[in-house]
Design a protein around this ligand. Structure first.
Ligand SMILES: CC(C)(COP(=O)(O)OP(=O)(O)OC[C@H]1O[C@@H](n2cnc3c(N)ncnc32)[C@H](O)[C@@H]1OP(=O)(O)O)[C@@H](O)C(=O)NCCC(=O)NCCS
Length: 381
């Protein structure tokens, strides 16, 4: 990854400095919400935008003022293999430039992009710490742009280390569960062992349909060896370590449950909980708890510096919340999934914003599309 960054800086110094400006705004807005959590780093996002994968394409865009300074940014997520009806967007505006139309400009550009790409839904997800949620601008902003809240959830944090007595008690629940002796748990660092490729693909397919999505048109994701390989490649470029715990049905040898935690040397105190799933026909044996307990024990050996696990759950996902409550996770934020239906191309309701009021005066706005082009090139590097 370092070599890609170096090559980019050497070959396109202006693009590199624009990416740094983009990332500085990303970081600033991250810290505004989560001052003590190191979020995504520059390498992480650069890897996503540069990946020439077949499953997702990520693009970064920016709204600039008349001097060319970035006042707002966006990151677009364009599913390629499935769910091609939708496009995801993360929108952030510099705190000193809010209420001047930058957010609207980003949304308008995203809408145009989505329509040109034949998408019919634009969606956005944001977690706001429980305290300021009522006064946060995201709600009124999203509604003013035509988004509707289609799914609510919560971010939860687990302080580490977990009390050994609690882990022992939960381990007891796992071993005494109905049919517990038909399963065993295993842990490893991703990539998954090749022999479990088909089990991995099947669980990823189920993951894409079994959890609440907030999208009425949500489709099952297409998973095969090439998608697994490009997911692994992205992880390598992003530089974190993924810890996986799985449950195996001993008689059949099939993997039937999994959970993942991601850690990074650059953020040694944080651990990010990723996906967890138990196949429907194997639910009711405390396997969700079993894999989570196993992965927490694994985490304490791989990254003993971790002080917090961060996760998010849809409010209606009662079984997952029950497991997290048992482990001691606490609610720290409200998450909202926003979705907008896009009218057919050419609809008169879409009016591109061409001017941005900035720093108290009306200025000519360098359109987002102008900024997009160099960012796209950077992503292609
Ligand atoms: C939400 C956010 C992106 C809005 O950006 P912005 O540039 O200030 O928004 P705009 O100036 O384009 O506002 C467009 C409309 O949204 C509504 N709006 C925006 N901020 C608002 C606020 N604080 N209170 C009430 N309405 C608000 C208004 O209707 C506004 O139109 P108006 O100014 O003509 O009344 C910005 O506050 C931000 O970056 N917040 C942190 C990250 C975030 O919440 N992202 C959004 C995820 S959905």
């Amino acid at each position: 990854m370092a070599s890609l960054a170096d090559a980019s800086a050497k070959d396109r110094p202006d693009e590199e400095s624009r990416y740094k400006e983009w990332f500085a705004l990303w970081r600033l807005t991250d810290l505004e919400l989560w001052p003590d959590i190191p979020g995504r780093d520059a390498c992480d996002i650069r890897a996503m935008t540069r990946q020439k994968g077949t499953a997702h394409e990520h693009q970064i865009i920016a709204a600039t003022d008349d001097l060319g300074s970035m006042v707002g940014i966006g990151m677009l997520d364009l599913p390629q293999r499935d769910n091609r009806h939708s496009m995801g967007i993360d929108i952030r505006v510099h705190p000193e430039h809010r209420r001047r139309g930058a957010g609207r400009t980003i949304v308008n550009d995203a809408v145009r992009w989505a329509r040109e790409d034949g998408r019919t839904k634009l969606s956005s997800f944001l977690e706001v710490p429980t305290g300021p949620v009522a006064s946060h601008p995201s709600g009124p902003f999203a509604r003013s742009q035509g988004f509707e809240a289609t799914l609510f959830g919560n971010r939860r944090h687990l302080q580490l280390p977990v009390e050994p007595e609690l882990l022992a008690r939960l381990n007891g629940e796992v071993t005494q569960a109905r049919g517990a002796d038909e399963y065993r748990t295993m842990t490893f660092i991703a990539p998954w062992p090749e022999e479990y490729l088909e089990d991995q693909c099947e669980m990823q397919r189920r993951m894409s349909t079994d959890q609440p999505s907030g999208d009425a048109l949500n489709e099952e994701e297409v998973w095969d060896a090439s998608r697994v390989a490009e997911t692994d490649d992205l992880l390598i470029a992003q530089e974190p370590t993924k810890l996986v715990a799985v449950a195996q049905h001993i008689a059949s040898g099939r993997l039937v449950a999994f959970t993942e935690i991601v850690v990074s040397e650059t953020r040694p105190t944080e651990a990010w909980q990723w996906q967890t799933l138990v196949l429907a026909q194997h639910r009711g044996h405390r396997l969700g708890l079993a894999v989570k307990v196993a992965n927490l024990a694994f985490l304490s050996t791989v990254m003993p510096t971790a002080r917090r696990v961060i996760t998010g759950n849809a409010q209606e996902n009662a079984p997952m919340i029950e497991v997290n409550d048992a482990l001691g996770f606490e609610v720290v934020a409200t998450g909202t999934y926003w979705q907008m239906s896009l009218n057919p191309p050419g609809s008169p309701s879409y009016k591109p914003t061409s001017r941005l009021r900035c720093i108290g005066r009306v200025v000519r706005h360098a359109t987002v599309a102008t900024s997009v082009s160099w960012l796209q090139k950077l992503a292609g590097g």
